[in-house]
Design a protein around this ligand. Structure first.
Ligand code: CMX
Length: 371
């Protein structure tokens, strides 16, 4: 059995060759037309990026290296037989495209434990923030403090050749993944209450901190906090045994006051998020009588018809944030596995600086006149 680093070393040359072949043989093939709607619609539906580790299907949800969430649950080793998959196994799958054995996952868990050291100054950097700083601000600052340890930055300063970029990126990525849970738990101890950045050769710490800042937006990862606060306000106003009618009224009240119903809708997905389904099944198995779960369950019945009635919402179904019940910092910890494994492949394949073209309204009007 090869370890993770050796497996990657073996896989990288074949994938480099594959990419090169696509580039040289099919470089001029057109993938679609860009419409004015797409430019004005936040680049929705434009094919524009190579992302090997996962693919999001509007109907099926995310697939990791071709495997859906239920398939991952079936195939990846768990802490105990038949249990939920270990994150280390998912990391292995994302990086290599192969399902690891239990031994390989155990060895990777041990390696991550060995890498999990956080220097004191990181805690001091977090402590320097006011207690009112949002947990995501504390978390992002902790990650930036960790960046002082970057192997990639050191290697780059020394003039490492491009063909070797992936090696210190791998080191940084595994160190970062190993250290994040410690930083996150520190944030909660003191808690009183990317995509294209990496292409500029920002190391994994810098890139991940940028991704965290994106995740911290209320329409993105902060939505799970918004969901918890929203549910709390429902309970405060109507009590835990709220009726379906009362819940409907509350949803309408939220919408009529110009706010979104957090945890519902998605930029790409058009069905119930399979991450939601997977957490719902977990709750049905382990805490079916929990009052908060029952409320979340009731929302699953009440909200989609109302959002459909609104007429403009493209996806009335719940996303992962409607169910997770955790705060965004934990969401951030889990994201490191996907972001870092893609980053290592970005470096291994020598992907270019990303620079989406932006245009002005003048440019668009001129273009439309000619069309
Ligand atoms: N509640 C109320 N209105 C909603 C809505 C919701 N849950 N979801 C979409 N809409 C509205 C939009 O605000 C938009 O209204 P305007 O035209 O008046 O601006 C209209 O419906 C069309 O939007 P859309 O094309 O269906 O959705 P977008 O791709 O623009 O936005 C998202 C997607 C997730 C930002 C949006 O559904 C939303 O705000 N949801 C609530 C916040 C949330 O749960 N975010 C977490 C997403 C999960 C993730 O990041 O993985």
């Amino acid at each position: 059995h090869l370890d993770l680093h050796s497996q990657l070393k073996e896989l990288i040359p074949e994938q480099q060759e594959r990419l090169n072949k696509i580039k040289t043989e099919h470089g001029k093939v057109q993938l679609g037309n860009i419409t004015v709607d797409m430019v004005l619609g936040g680049m929705r539906g434009m094919t524009g990026l190579l992302w090997e580790t996962s693919l999001l299907d509007p109907d099926e949800g995310i697939r990791f290296r071709g495997l859906s969430i239920p398939e991952c649950q079936k195939l990846l080793p768990g802490a105990k037989p038949g249990g939920e998959p270990l994150p280390e196994g998912l990391l292995w799958l994302l990086l290599t495209g192969k399902v690891p054995s239990k031994e390989q996952v155990d060895a990777l868990s041990k390696e991550l434990r060995d890498r999990a050291t956080v220097p004191d100054y990181v805690y001091k950097a977090i402590d320097a923030l006011p207690v009112s700083a949002h947990p995501m601000t504390q978390f992002g600052s902790g990650v930036m403090a960790l960046q002082a340890q970057s192997e990639f930055q050191k290697a780059y300063d020394k003039g490492i050749p491009k063909s070797k970029y992936w090696e210190p990126t791998y080191e940084d990525s595994l160190n970062l993944i190993a250290r994040l849970p410690i930083v996150a738990s520190y944030v909660y101890r003191s808690d009183h209450e990317g995509g294209n950045v990496a292409s500029a050769l920002s190391d994994p710490y810098l890139s991940f901190a940028a991704a965290l800042n994106g995740l911290a937006g209320p329409l993105h990862g902060l939505a799970n906090q918004e969901v918890l606060l929203w549910i709390k306000s429902v309970v405060e106003e109507c009590g835990e045994n709220i009726t379906t009618e009362q819940l409907k009224d509350y949803v309408w009240e939220t919408l009529n006051s110009g706010k979104v119903v957090p945890g519902f809708g998605h930029g790409v997905l058009r069905k119930t998020d399979p991450r939601y389904t997977c957490q719902r099944e977990f709750a049905l198995k382990h805490l079916p009588n929990d009052p908060l779960f029952q409320l979340v369950s009731k929302l699953y019945e009440v909200v989609p018809p109302i959002l459909t009635e609104l007429g403009k919402v493209k996806n009335p179904w719940p996303n992962v944030d409607a169910h997770s019940g955790y705060f965004t910092v934990l969401f951030g910890v889990s994201r490191s596995i996907g972001i870092c494994s893609q980053l290592i492949w970005d470096r291994a394949l020598g992907l270019p600086l990303e620079r989406p073209k932006s245009v002005t309204m003048d440019w668009l009007e001129n273009c439309c006149k000619k069309a």
